[in-house]
Every structure is written in C-alpha cells, then in structure tokens.
Design a protein around this ligand. Structure first.
Ligand code: TTP
Ligand code: MN
Ligand code: MN
Length: 789
C-alpha cells in the first residue's frame, strides 16, 4: 500500500492538517508475481488508469472509511509498503481519528479490537538505536520493506528511489512534493498522474520483496528458530536463541531459570595471527573451519545441561572417560551420558544452513545466488549467536564456562592448524617448498605453499584441509575455501586479492577492510582505490596503479574532478544539541535551514556536502557546503582537504606493502604531480576557469582592461576562436541531452520536465554540473556578440 497526503513544500505532513488524497493498493498471492487486485482510492475525480480499479470519493471521510472496509474485506495476511510502520499506517490512523471516521481503526482480524499506535525504541548491536512506532493489527503481519532493508542491507541511501535503482535498475517516478497539491487541485487528468505515481509506489515494494525473496527467507528463519515473523524485524538475535532453548527444554521436560544470572567476567576472544605484510604475486590458499564455534560446541557437547563441577563429579561418581576438561579448565559431561540442548539446536540450524548452501550451489542466476547466500549467512549468524548468547554480558542466560571454553578451543585449534601446515608441507617431507602461514584470523589460515599455479595451490589446500580435519573431533571440519592470487596483505583485517574457487577464472576481486565501498567517503575515494586495486591485482601492474593514483591526485588538485565524485553524505541522525562535537553535515543542515527551511535536510535524511576552500585554519565543519549551491555559485573546492583527509590514508595503505612506507609517501603525496596546483590560481574552481569576469582574452588568456572577447593580438584569429567556443557549446549541449535522456529513462517518465531531484544519484550532479557549464559557456560566447561580432 501507499498513500499520499498533500505536502506543503518542505514541510512534513501533519495528520491534523494535511488531507489524505489517494491510497493505492496492490494485493498479491505469495508465490505469484503479479497482483490480482490493483486499485487506488482517490479524493475527487480521477481519469481511468488501464489495468487498475480507480475509486473516487468526494469526501476524505468516505475515502478513509471505504479503505478500512477494503482492508477488512480483502483480509490480507501480510501488509507491506515502504515505511508504512512509521509513516503511512500511523498517518492514516491519526487522520481518521482527526476526522472522526467511524470504524476506521478496526483493521485486524479480531472483532472490536482497535489498532492503536505505540512508540518503542529498540537497541541492538546490529542496528544501533532506533525509534519506531508500533501498531497492533491482530492477525496480520506488518512487513515494512524499509525495515527489512535497514536490517539486511547496508546501503548508501534508503530512499525508495535509490533502493529500486539499486536492486531493480530502475527509478520510480518521483513527483516532487511541491507539485502534489497543484496536481490534486487541477483536474481529473492531473489527479490521474498522481494516481499513476501512487500505484507505482505501491507495487515497487512488492516487486522488491519478491526479488529479494524476503517473505520466503523470513518465513524459513521464523520456522527454524520458532519465533513469530514480526520478531525478525522488531527483535534481536537473543530472542531466537531463547525460543529454540524453550522448544528443546520442553522436549526434555526441563525448565529454564527465570532469575537474573550474574554475567561473570570478560573472557578472552579469538586469535589473529600476525600478518606477514606484503604483495604476493603467487597463489595463497585459504583454509577455514566450517561453522567453527557451533561445531566446537557440538563436538564437545557444551551446554548449560552438561556443565559439571568437582562436586557433581564426586557426588555422581563420574569417571574420567565420562567427561572432558576444556582448554579453559571447565568440565562437561560427554554426549553419550547426556546430550546438551545447545548442540541439538545447533544441529538443526546447521542442517538448514547446509540446505541453503546446497540450493545456492544449484542456482545459476547471479542475483538469486546473492539472495540465497544471504539466507545461508543469516542461518550462520543465528548459529553463531547461540555462542554469543552464552557470552552475552547483559543476556538472559550468560554462561562464562561455555563461551570461554569455545574461544579457548578456537585459539588452540588455529595454532595447531598453523603448525600442522608448516610441519607437514616441507621440502623434507618431499614437497617442493616449505609452506608458510602468512596470516590467519579466528579460524582461518592463509597458506603460502610456494607453488606457482592456482591449481597446485588448490590441490595442496584440499589435501591439507582433509588431513588436518582428521586431527579434530567430529563434526569439526577444516575446509579449503579459496585461493588468493595475487594477494595484497596490508594489515590485520585488511587485505585484497583475486579470489579463485576454480583454476580457470577468478570469481571476483575480494577486498576486506578497505575503502572500496562508498558510504561515508566521497565516491572519488572508493573509485580510485578500486581502480588502483584493479591495476595492481587484475592487470598485475603495481607501477600502473601508482601512475594512476598520481594522475588522479593531479586532476584533483587542478580541479578536473567532477563534483559528483566529491560529494560526501552523512545521515542526520540527531538534533544539533545531541552531537557532542561539531560536524560538517550538521552545520550545513543548519545553514541550509537558514537559507531555505523548505529544502533543508530533515532528521533522518542523508546530507550530501562538499568541502569548499576557505581561509587557512578554518575548521572543516565550517567548510561543508551544499553541492548544488557550490555549482550554482561557482564556489571553489578545497582540493587539499580531499587529498589529505579523504585520499591519502586509504592510498598509502594499499601502496605501502608494494612501495614501502617511505617511498609510498614521498612518491604519491609529495611528487611533481602535487605541485601542479601552483600553476592554477588556487582560488578558482575548475568550472570558473572560463567563466571569470570579462577580464581576460578568450584566445590567449592575457588580462584585458576592456570588455572585448579577445586581445589585439588574437583579433585576427577571432573567428577561429569563436568557432572553437561554439563547438564547446555543442559538445556540452550534447552531453547535457544525453544525461537528460538518461534521467528520463531511469525515471521511466516521458514527461517533458524531468522531475528527479534525487540527491543520491551521481547522474543528477553531473546533469547539474553540465547545465552550469553550459550557462557559463553561453555567457562567454555572448561576449563575442556584445563586441559587434
Ligand atoms: P567464520 O569463519 O566467519 O564463521 P563460521 O566458521 O561460523 O562459518 P563458515 O562455515 O562460513 O566459515 O567465523 C569463525 C567464528 O567466529 C565463528 O564460528 C564464530 C565467530 N563469529 C561470531 O561469533 N560472530 C560472527 O558474526 C562471525 C562472522 C563469527
Ligand atoms: Mn569458518
Ligand atoms: Mn573464518
């Protein structure tokens, strides 16, 4: 569902003032791809929309009342939409209350139970703190797509527009809220245009749910862990473990203690093997334990119900072969005596994961593969949170003996694995080289076997994994995971490499802990790091990477980087007073509010900004500016800031293992290419170069003291110079129209005016920039006219 209230420009709608003018609905049977009901409820008349049922009402009261009847009649199991939980549903309920619409709030399946709005805050490690509205609609599950995306996907922007572009490669038709009331107050045709937009907004969440297989995946998780579907959105990991524990405890006639348990102390975590940093132009095989912590708990029967102490051992007269002592010194009874609940829960979760992994292997569609990978990952996380549950300091049932035993086993095992590899694969034992573990984290080892081909590394990797697995108790299993070739090992948790799972072709370039995904940095950083890594790893041309980095730095300092690459975005999550230190995006939001309260970013928006040049020592948070404002007012960018605060660290990081610390710094950040800056006037932005006042000759740039287009010396070439500037105009116009078409196409809109003002789309900035360049170039060419050309 999707509803449109009238929004006065830039003001968030308020249910006691702003009417609901349309509600669009799509109803689909789970498993089918297209809805069997498509309708839209409109206030005032609306021209027909092919394929959709238009129902028009003359009063808002009637519209709302009939819509509530529709909800009861169609009797859906799941209600979805984009931000329905915090926006549409509460809005409709409040509006209906305000208008005193009778019987509106009976939206659920239990007679006479009203749907009411409550506020709630949830806090979790995974999500941070979020304030949400909660509405009871008995018998129907609310699955808000926005909430699902918040949980399952890290995205740069969560606007429906950006999201549908990201997953469906199409953008929705955006009707800018400033024109909604004009459209509503127009005629049946303009209201039809609103309806079309509204219908499209209603179907998008369904299509996304379908594409991302959300209902199937959530359903499976709910079944496996035994929690209601909605808990998966509203609650954390712990509730799933509790639910499974209750399920198993009941089977064995056990009760779970309800009183608060003392959390116990911190305990030691996992081992990270000290990295042997460098650029490896040879295959590196990675071995990793499959579901390590869960399999440790299963192998050694670790559970609340199997934990022993000396007293019980004495009292029960247990003999040494009946229990084990973990590396952390804790005692547990063996499975043949009594099988723990946790190992059983884990078996169940891991068999579901195994099945998901098998489905993944069968799938050929790359997008579905991603979704299935998401499913097996969710099950992996659920399995790992069983361990997390026992170690949670503020948990319902912490048990230090279990959690510290798990990590102690883990530490011991990775150490042993490293030794097995290095002791077994030696020249002495008949292999061509001495193997070396160059890095490892928690349950994985990166092995340099010294061989030259991916194939040989895979063979040794498989062999080693199988051999080492036999050294541990079942179901513990070391697996050959992949080969990295080449491999750039930067530091603990930071590396990149080409990732091979077959000897013919690498699967992907894999980067860990590097700035290759854009979130808080500007796109320039991610793009440059990606390009350099591609040169280093794919082209195996580290020198080319260095050259490319230098060239980009030089482009940056000479203002040749497009502004869309320099836009940084940060979410405005708190009000000004709540931030302890001044922040660039918050300051900007405040300044924009003063300029124009209507278009200023609101709480929850991502604020795009660039850093502009200012007097020396101006704090960075004062130099943030709206990219559009920068374009429109020809404001110079602080290129030095971008070099020092955005590019330099990530760049040095990837080049240090190749060039060495000293050379990386001197070659990348201090070379000739960084001096180009002094050749340009540093105050003037790139797009200003031509657009300055009528002060220099268009031909040779010599300063002029009159308004002429060219100087005396260039006068004879004036026609030629004019032609050149005209062709620049032509080129810009062509570029503009290409970008324009692209925006139109991606909006799927054939309206003459492109309405998209999506500030999270780089095309938008490019289009704006070209538009600005075109205006400037136009002005420049006019100088020829003014001087009697
Ligand atoms: P991984 O090797 O990432 O996970 P895994 O061994 O459970 O699963 P896989 O079969 O995919 O290798 O991490 C090793 C251990 O680190 C894992 O068993 C438990 C711990 N861990 C957590 O506690 N929480 C987590 O979110 C992750 C990823 C790991
Ligand atoms: Mn593992
Ligand atoms: Mn691992």
């Amino acid at each position: 569902m999707k509803h449109v209230p009238i929004l006065p420009p830039g003001v968030f709608p308020e249910p006691d003032k702003d009417p609901v003018i349309q509600i669009a609905n799509m109803v689909v049977r789970q498993g089918e791809h297209s809805p069997f009901i498509r309708n839209v409820f409109t206030l005032n008349t609306c021209a027909p929309v092919i394929g959709s049922h238009v129902m028009s009402f003359m009063t808002e009261k009637e519209l709302l009342s009939k819509w509530a009847m529709f909800v009861r009649e169609v009797d859906a199991d799941i209600i979805t939409g984009y931000n329905i939980q915090n926006f549409d549903l509460p809005y409709l309920i409040n509006r209906a209350h305000h208008l005193k619409v009778e019987n509106f709030t009976f939206l659920g399946r239990i007679k006479d139970v009203k749907s009411v709005i409550k506020e709630s805050t949830i806090q979790s490690k995974q999500m941070g703190k979020r304030e949400n509205k909660v509405i009871n609609i008995e018998g129907r599950v609310q699955l808000d797509l926005l909430q699902i995306l918040f949980r399952d996907y890290k995205l740069r922007s969560y606007s429906l527009n950006a999201v549908s572009y990201h997953f469906l490669q199409e953008q929705k038709e955006d009707v800018h809220h400033s024109i909604i009331s004009d459209l509503q107050n127009g005629n049946e045709q303009t209201r039809r245009r609103l309806a079309v937009y509204c219908l499209k907004d209603a179907i998008l969440p369904l299509r996304l749910l379908d594409k991302l297989m959300c209902v199937i995946n959530y359903m499976e998780m709910a079944r496996v862990t035994g929690v209601p579907l909605t808990y998966l959105l509203s609650r954390g990991q712990q509730i799933k473990v509790i639910s499974q524990l209750l399920r198993k405890a009941k089977e064995q006639n056990l009760l779970i203690p309800a009183q608060k348990i003392d959390p116990g102390e911190e305990y030691e975590g996992a081992t990270v093997i000290e990295p042997n940093k460098g650029y490896y132009n040879m295959p590196i095989a990675t071995l990793d334990f499959s579901s390590l912590y869960p399999s440790i708990m299963m192998a050694h029967n670790l559970c609340y119900t199997t934990l022993l102490n000396q007293n019980t051992i004495a009292k029960e007269g247990l003999t040494q072969d009946q229990y084990i002592k973990t590396p952390s010194g804790n005692l547990f009874i063996k499975a043949n005596m009594r099988k723990g609940l946790l190992p059983e829960i884990l078996e169940h979760l891991l068999s579901a994961r195994k099945k998901a992994k098998a489905d993944l292997k069968m799938e050929t569609d790359p997008f579905k593969q991603k979704v299935l990978d998401g499913r097996q990952l969710a099950l992996k996380i659920s399995a790992n949170s069983v361990y997390g549950f026992t170690g949670a300091q503020v948990g319902k049932l912490p048990c230090l003996e279990i959690s510290q035993s798990v990590t102690a086993f883990g530490r011991m095992m990775i150490e042993q694995t490293k030794n097995y590899v290095e002791e077994t694969y030696t020249i002495e034992n008949g292999y061509k080289h001495n193997a070396k573990v160059i890095y490892g984290d928690t349950d994985s080892v990166m092995c340099k076997f010294g061989v030259e081909t991916v194939q040989e590394a895979m063979k040794l990797g498989r062999e080693a994994a199988d051999y080492i697995s036999t050294k541990f108790v079942e179901p513990i299993k070391l697996e050959f995971e992949k080969v990295y070739f080449p491999y750039l090992l930067i530091n603990k948790k930071r590396y990149a490499g080409l990732y091979w799972t077959n000897p013919v072709k690498y699967d992907k370039m894999d980067c860990k802990g590097l700035e290759t995904v854009r979130r808080d940095n500007c796109p320039l950083v991610a793009n440059l790091i990606n390009q350099c890594l591609q040169l280093i790893l794919i082209d195996r041309n580290p020198e080319g990477g260095v050259e490319h980095a230098k060239q980009t730095i030089s482009d940056l300092l000479c203002n040749r980087i497009d502004i869309s690459n320099l836009v940084i975005t940060k979410e405005l999550t708190k009000t000004d007073e709540e931030y302890s230190a001044k922040q660039a995006h918050v300051e900007l939001a405040n300044r924009m509010k003063k300029r124009d309260p209507g278009s200023a970013p609101q709480l929850g928006d991502r604020v795009p900004y660039v850093i502009i040049a200012a007097a020396k020592k101006t704090a960075a948070y004062l130099k943030s500016e709206d990219p559009i404002y920068v374009l429109e007012n020809n404001i110079a960018i602080d290129t030095q800031y971008y070099l020092e605060n955005q590019l330099s660290k990530p760049l040095l990081r990837i080049f240090e293992p190749i060039l060495g610390e000293k050379r990386a710094e001197s070659e990348l950040l201090k070379g000739e290419h960084t001096r180009t800056k002094t050749m340009m006037t540093s105050k003037v932005g790139g797009l200003m170069a031509f657009a300055t006042k009528k002060s220099s000759c268009i031909g040779c740039k010599v300063p002029l003291d009159n308004d002429a287009a060219v100087c005396k010396h260039c006068k004879s070439r004036e026609s030629e110079i004019y032609q050149k500037e005209i062709s620049t105009i032509n080129a810009l116009e062509e570029k503009f129209s290409r970008l324009w078409t692209q925006c139109q196409r991606c909006q799927g809109s054939l309206h003459e005016d492109v309405l998209c003002t999506s500030r999270d789309c780089p095309i938008f900035y490019m289009r704006k920039k070209v538009q600005k360049d075109l205006e400037d170039q136009d002005k420049l060419v006019k100088r020829f006219d003014e001087n009697e050309w």
